[in-house]
Design a protein around this ligand. Sequence first.
Ligand code: HPA
Length: 234
Amino acid sequence: MTIHIGAEKGQIAPTVLMPGDPYRARWAAQTFLDAPELVNETRGMLGYTGTWKGHPVTIQGSGMGMPSLSIYANELIRDFDAQTLIRIGSCGGMQPHVKLRDIIVAMTASSISTPSSGIFREFNYAPTADWGLLRAAVAACEANSIQPHVGAIYSSDVFYDERPDLNAEMVRHGILGVEMEAAELYTLAARYNRRALAVLTVSDHLGTGEALPSEDREKSFADMVEIALSAAFA
Ligand code: HPA
């Protein structure tokens, strides 16, 4: 048991999927895992452990934003010895060729700051996905006739952004989409020599202002969970 995760040590699997939304953790666990068991409900940040094709898996909500994800990822890594952490979540599309419902596999995650920025001081660290997981996720997409976008994303500290000038520079430099968690997850995984990846579904678009209707979100989310699980055990 830790401050934010009420599970006993053996109740968290070495492989953890992390959606931002705790209700999506519940939905994904009940939809994809065999014998899912609720292992955390501290602060309502639901976590479930079950098996997928015989492999133990935990699906634990991270909350929104890097400070929240950092708390859960730190405890999962340092106290529960999680080895593979895959964020499954939504993002805003930034490039014109990135469409609603598309899947982005994030190779790198740029940011203005992360909870780890303080330790780097003047150094601009480049948070990077685990290559083996990234390659396996792309292979899983292709096996399911899904063509993902693979490349750079932006992990923002704000959903309600006030810097259109900066967004324009990001678009100009190829950033595919924006979300709020991956850069810190990648940084923590590097620090503790664990594997991390973010697989994202485009739920809205900064350029066009479109957003997915809520009934469409579930199906897109399902593809992402399957890709993440296949990558974890490839
Ligand atoms: N901005 C930041 N995070 C997001 C967005 C967005 O537009 N969409 C989904 N997560």
